[in-house]
Design a protein around this ligand. Structure first.
Ligand code: ATP
Ligand code: MG
Length: 176
């Protein structure tokens, strides 16, 4: 019997402290729609969709070949896209984040993985199916990104679960 495919994506996980802080802020600024569970908060780097399990190894090899640098991402914007996706975003995107996303995308495309062609807009999803932008004060979260990971997303009776298949550190930046 063949094993079912996995729904895969690369992302930067939100550390537990920041996830807690964001969840607390969200409680003070209630939003309509389907909130993302605190343990699922993340920033997607590349979405691969349904893939055979055998692709996990080559994907991990691609990730391991990158040499990304750590950065601090300041989430200072609350925004909503037309599709109802309410998110936090940075007004200044660190060069290291763009380099990581570009490096990953280039290698994934070279290896034949289909990726969407839309421009990368780094964001952390707070809720989906949100009917309007809540009138809350602008947030200011400093996110010290120190790793990225390959996830398998699973739909369960208790909601969407992400399984970490492998993760890789972002190298601390050399002092100036
Ligand atoms: P659910 O869809 O079950 O409500 P989810 O969106 O968190 O939860 P997935 O649909 O598996 O779970 O998506 C995992 C990640 O990949 C999320 O960050 C999601 O926004 C992103 N993603 C999903 N589909 C696409 C797509 N077609 N293009 C780009 N990113 C996507
Ligand atoms: Mg989804």
């Amino acid at each position: 019997m063949s094993t079912p495919p996995l729904r895969l994506f690369f992302a930067i996980p939100c550390c537990p402290q920041l996830a807690h802080d964001i969840a607390e802020w969200r409680k003070q600024n209630p939003v309509d729609g389907k909130p993302v569970a605190p343990e699922n908060l993340h920033l997607t780097l590349a979405f691969l969709g349904s893939q055979p399990r055998g692709q996990v190894e080559p994907l991990a090899a691609i990730a391991a070949s990158l040499t990304p640098t750590a950065f601090i991402l300041r989430l200072d914007r609350l925004a909503r896209w037309k599709n109802g996706l309410l998110h936090l975003a940075p007004s200044q995107v660190p060069a290291s984040l763009m380099e990581l996303e570009r490096g990953l995308r280039e290698q994934l495309l070279a290896a034949g993985f289909p990726l969407e062609t839309r421009h990368f807009k780094p964001h952390l999803t707070l809720a989906r199916h949100c009917p309007k932008l809540p009138p809350s004060a602008p947030p200011a979260f400093d996110w010290p990104a120190s790793e990225f990971a390959l996830y398998a997303s699973e739909n369960t009776a208790r909601g969407t679960r992400y399984h970490t298949l492998a993760q890789w550190p972002l190298r601390p930046q050399a002092p100036a």
